[in-house]
Structures are given as structure tokens and as C-alpha cells.
Write a protein that binds this ligand. Sequence first.
Ligand code: GLP
Length: 275
Amino acid sequence: MRLIIKEDSAAVGLWAAKYVRNRINSFLEDNWDEARSAAGKTFNLGLPTGSTPLHMYKNLVQFCKEGSLSFKHVRTFNMDEYVGLPMNHAESYHTFMFENLFKHIDIDPNNVNILDGNADDLELECEQYEKRIRDAGGIDLFVGGIGADGHIAFNEPGSSLVSRTRVKSLATETIEANRRFFQESGVDVPKRALTVGVGTVMDASEVMILITGHHKALALHKAIEQGVNHMWTVSALQQHPGALFICDESSTDELRVGTAKYFKGLMEEHDKLIE
Ligand code: GLP
């Protein structure tokens, strides 16, 4: 596991965006012929919503504008979507992704995958999503955020750590945290969502989790300093060989001084990953 500690959320977003750019660009260097062939091999990127990744998205858009990054050979899979919320609602994750990333970059819309929370058969939609990931060759890098209760995607406390994509009833804490977004929208806060499972995330070759703010400090402590526990689903990543946590200073408030010191000491080494 790698823990990158940056000063604030803007620095977290920049580091994360540089890492994503590096992974995409090295994939293209290694697979240029296959990417350009009829089969169209893609770099498969898992993506989150929420306020935490906003800085990362801004930087990715900027890199595309500058020409140091292209999404032409990237296929994306979003983590989750609300059930029953119209796709074009201002708070749907479809809208979020379009507004904050997809409409600004050169991705082929056919390569964008987001769960359909309005599908007639939600279970079938989840099964097919897993199949789409498998057919694409698996996810190369899954980027995620977490809730203050340590949930990853919508894998609420108590979720199976080998869970797959499915319908999930949201925890009270998550519903309350989301209420602010729905106050003026005329619809009630959704109580169910479709989400990739912890097992789906764990299958990715690499997982990068962004954590910012003091309110996530306990979750970060549980994620990396205590045992694997289904009440803090992000802690499953302790068993992932390619897990990266990118955090700001205030989210490290509950870590042992020694833990923070150790990882800060490795920063020069870790910065080589984004050069
Ligand atoms: C929701 C999403 C998660 C996200 C979390 C935190 O629960 N399903 O994927 O990580 O919100 O959001 P924020 O970054 O706004 O704190």
C-alpha cells in the first residue's frame, strides 16, 4: 500500500490527475498498435463521483486542453448511480460525469459506462455491467472516494467484502450526507443505488482512493491502521497489492504520528510515479 500525503484537496487532485495521466500515457506507449487496431484495446478506468475528485477532474480536463493527455483510447466505468433518479436530473451521476469531465474531453461516448438506475430489471443491469467490465479485459485503474463511514462506492458498512455489482439500500448516514444536494430539486433523496461491489473494485489492477477533510480522518485510520473489517469497507484494500491512498493533511488527523512520518519520508520516491 502507498499513502501519499499532500497539503490540501487541490494538491491531492493535482497529484491524482498526474498519476492518471501517467498510467494512460504509459499504457499507450506499451500498447499503441493494439489501441489503434480494429480491436481497439483501451485503458480501462474506474471513476467516482462526489466533491473529493472534483480537483482531479479539473486537472484532467486541463491536461486534455494542453494536449498532454487524450481519452481517445480510454474506456470508463463509473462506480455507482442512484436508483429511480432521471438520468438528466442535476444530481444524477450521469449529469455529474458529463458536466465535470466527459463534455470537456475527447472520449468516445461509446466508451463511457455508467450504471442505469432506471433499468426495468436492475439485477440484470448489474449482471451486464460486470460482464461489460470483464469483456473489456478488466479495470486497469479504479479511482474512488470514500464516505465518512468508510464506504467505498455505495458499499455501506456491513457490505460483503467480496460483493459484486448490485442494488444497495443506502445507510442513514449516506442519505443524510446527500440531502444537501437534493434540497431545492423537488425530489426526495434517493434511498437506493446501483453500485459496483467491493470485489469488483478489488479485481482492478490498481486502486487509487482520494481522501480529504478532517471528517474522513477516522475512516482513513480504520482503512489503513486497523484490520480488514466489513464495517469499514475501504479497509478491504489492505489486501490489494496495488492500492494507493492520496490524502490531504487534515484527513490524517487520526493516524499515528509514526505512520504519517513513515509515508511522508517516502514522498520523493512516490513523486517519481507522476514524473
Ligand atoms: C457517495 C459516493 C461515493 C463517494 C462519497 C463521498 O457516497 N457513492 O463514491 O466516495 O459519496 O463523497 P464526497 O467526495 O462528496 O465526500
